[in-house]
Design a protein around this ligand. Structure first.
Ligand code: ADE
Length: 222
């Protein structure tokens, strides 16, 4: 899997790529993540990447030229192009699974007040990570990249994501570790019983209980 990220703020990705699971996935060559500065693709003599909107209005608009040229420089026959925008389809775990099977993903981070509408003509999908406005698509691109990378075979132990919240539209069950009694709060007896059937039953009940209390909308999807 290869992910090319097009951004005006490449430095924002430095820590993201050099810490924890993402760092290890890159080292193990499970994923290749390349960051490209959109500004490197402008033909403007002053390196401008944005301009005023036709028709007037506040804010600057990202021009199509540098984005088109950047995408053309990195795309091949297997590329899937994603635009990060609050106007996109709301992202979820199902989409993360589907993207984790792609060979090559190109993510365009929108910025400033907006981007020229013609950029939409070269993207396969538009993704929003939630109903709120970020200053740019960079954090959203990291969210999507992170959620995809952990699902790639061999990045984390298989069982670790089989029980994830949202698989089967159920939230995760509660988990405990040592000590058995922490400031009077005890680990439920069933988890110490060694009886696997009862443990699985308890966990499933807790998943349903928790989903019903916190995210009844998920149960309706089941
Ligand atoms: N850019 C700004 N806000 C965003 C959001 N909520 N999702 C994706 N990209 C964005």
């Amino acid at each position: 899997m290869k992910i090319d990220i097009l951004t005006l703020f490449p430095d924002m990705f430095t820590n993201f790529l050099t810490e924890s699971i993402i760092k290890r996935a890159i080292e193990k060559e499970k994923v290749k993540i390349l960051i490209h500065n959109i500004r490197d693709y402008t033909l403007d003599p002053h390196n401008r990447v944005d301009d005023y909107p036709f028709g007037g209005g506040d804010g600057m608009v990202l021009m199509p030229e540098p984005i088109f040229r950047a995408v053309e420089a990195v795309r091949d026959d297997d590329s899937y192009v994603i635009l990060m925008t609050p106007q996109g389809k709301k992202y979820n775990q199902k989409e993360a699974y589907s993207l984790s099977h792609k060979k090559h993903i190109i993510i365009i981070c929108g910025h400033y007040e907006g981007f020229d509408e013609r950029i939409r003509s070269i993207v396969d999908s538009e993704i929003s990570i939630g109903d709120y406005i970020l200053t740019g698509g960079e954090l959203a691109a990291m969210v999507v990249t992170d959620s995809i990378t952990r699902l790639i075979d061999g990045v984390i132990a298989e069982g670790s994501h089989q029980n994830d919240s949202f698989n089967d539209n159920l939230l995760d069950y509660p988990v405990y570790t040592k000590p058995q009694d922490f400031r009077g709060m005890k680990v439920p007896d069933v988890l110490l019983s060694g009886h696997h059937e009862n443990i699985n039953k308890w966990r499933h009940e807790k998943q349903v209980e928790r989903t019903l209390a916190r995210r009844p909308d998920l149960l309706e999807k089941r």
